[in-house]
Design a protein around this ligand. Structure first.
Ligand SMILES: Cc1ncc(COP(=O)(O)O)c(C=O)c1O
Length: 437
């Protein structure tokens, strides 16, 4: 009998024991791409990997050695769940650059801002809850929302970012269905993937609309200091202390250290720290202390400028190549910072279906559908200019243009161009709307 019970137990397929919420966890298209895109012969315009070539590796090596020899007993030990106090103070100095006045007690250090996103979703969202997010939105955030079975309602952007009237409309529509979203998730600066920045004049209005409808705001800002004009924008958190603000050292220092943070209202902090504790006990002392030393002993502001200059050169190379090579009917935005250009291809081209052909032609991009929770985005794709050299970017776009020409050729030959609505616009920088609702 015991043997029969054991046999029956063995016959249960382990996947049948998965929790229901794992059904929403699918490998992001971007992760699946990394394997092929990282082949040296492929020009990858797909991933958002920061370019670390400009980092002062020699002096960082000295810093690491000194950290271990002087403070190894602390750096290699467990630490506080909320994060190293000295680093939390320095994080407040970093945030001050965007107008935020914060108390280090309200900062929770996380393993990258991705963990902060996960924790925030965990403490706010029950299955079925609605979250508002720009359309398109950051794929990692959509992954967290799916993992906690939250539903995403997208709000469209134009060239000035999230459109307040459309936000109000979405909230009004949801209100008539008796739904109050848990929060608006927004990336106001140098958006991933859309590349746009929320106009300063819209910021207070977005906050005011959310307050009116009783909706929280989660501001995700990993790129804010990487503006190409040297300009920074007032954080939403600087205008409203109830905003949950997420920051990261991934793009301004080193993504491999996995140090990010959440700045939360005091009423949220304890719950967030408990969630963090259950996830990791504490963030790594070693990387936090390294970041802290870097901020204390290095010209980090100058380093950020150096990064931004390199990214600006790469953006220029990308824009130039798009103008030169892409066929008519393509439109794109001109980002003023960050890593990304959002490209709309001619009607009838499906960027997800085209991707294998692009990789065969040795260029990779991120297709648009991964950035929507609702299947939109098949005519869009994201190009990241952060990592390849300007020469490789130019070559990558030349290859992409060849693939697009071939798609259009097939469409013309087999008559799919009948689906074309109206005349194709001339190619060029796009205004407005990365996502027309
Ligand atoms: C908008 C946005 N938020 C969060 C993250 C996660 O960053 P990290 O976990 O490295 O801090 C990224 C990374 O690309 C991002 O683009």
């Amino acid at each position: 009998m015991a043997g029969a019970a054991a046999a029956a137990a063995r016959s249960v397929v382990p996947t049948e024991r998965f929790a229901a919420r794992t059904a929403g966890m699918t490998a992001s298209e971007i992760r699946a791409l990394f394997a092929v895109a990282s082949r040296p012969e492929v020009v990858s315009l797909a991933g958002g990997m920061p370019n670390l070539a400009a980092l002062p590796l020699d002096s960082l090596a000295v810093e690491v050695a000194d950290l271990i020899s002087r403070d190894g007993q602390v750096a290699l030990q467990y630490g506080s769940a909320q994060g190293v106090p000295a680093l939390r103070e320095q994080i407040c100095e970093v945030m001050a650059l965007e107008g935020i006045r914060a108390d280090p007690d309200d900062v929770v250090v996380t393993v990258g801002s991705q963990m902060a996103l996960d924790l925030v979703t965990r403490i706010f969202c029950d299955p079925g809850d609605v979250v508002l997010a720009e359309g398109p939105s950051y794929v990692g955030a959509l992954g967290s929302f799916a993992a906690y079975q939250a539903q995403v309602v997208h709000v469209a952007m134009d060239e000035h970012g999230l459109v307040p009237e459309l936000l109000r409309e979405a909230l009004q529509t949801l209100a008539t269905q008796g739904i109050t979203p848990k929060f608006l998730y927004t990336i106001p600066n140098f958006h991933n993937p859309a590349g746009v920045t929320l106009a300063v004049e819209r910021r207070a209005e977005v906050l005011e609309i959310c307050t009116t409808y009783g909706v929280g705001v989660v501001e995700d800002n990993p790129y804010g200091l990487l503006g190409f004009s040297g300009r920074t924008y007032p954080a939403l958190r600087s205008l409203d202390r109830d905003v949950v603000y997420l920051g990261s050292f991934s793009k301004t220092f080193a993504s491999g250290l996995r140090v990010g943070w959440a700045l939360v209202p005091p009423a949220v902090r304890d719950r967030l720290v408990l969630a963090a504790e259950s996830a990791t006990l504490c963030p790594p002392s070693f990387t936090q202390m390294l970041v802290s030393r870097y901020l204390a002993g290095h010209e980090w502001r100058t380093q950020i400028k150096t990064f931004a200059e390199a990214y600006r050169d790469r953006r220029d190379a990308l824009l130039q190549a798009l103008e030169t090579y892409l066929p008519d009917g393509c439109t794109w935005n001109v980002p003023d910072g960050g890593f990304y250009v959002w490209l709309t291809v001619p009607e009838g081209v499906d960027t997800k279906a085209m991707l294998p052909r692009a990789v065969t032609a040795r260029v990779a991009y991120a297709s648009g559908t991964g950035f929507y929770a609702d299947g939109f985005g098949s005519r869009q794709l994201r190009l990241s200019y952060c990592y390849p050299t300007p020469e490789r970017i130019t070559e990558g776009v030349r290859r992409l243009a060849g693939v697009l020409e071939a798609e259009l050729d097939v469409m013309r030959t087999f008559g799919s161009s009948a689906r074309q609505v109206g005349p194709a616009p001339r190619n060029g920088p796009q205004t407005p709307s990365p996502h027309t609702p």
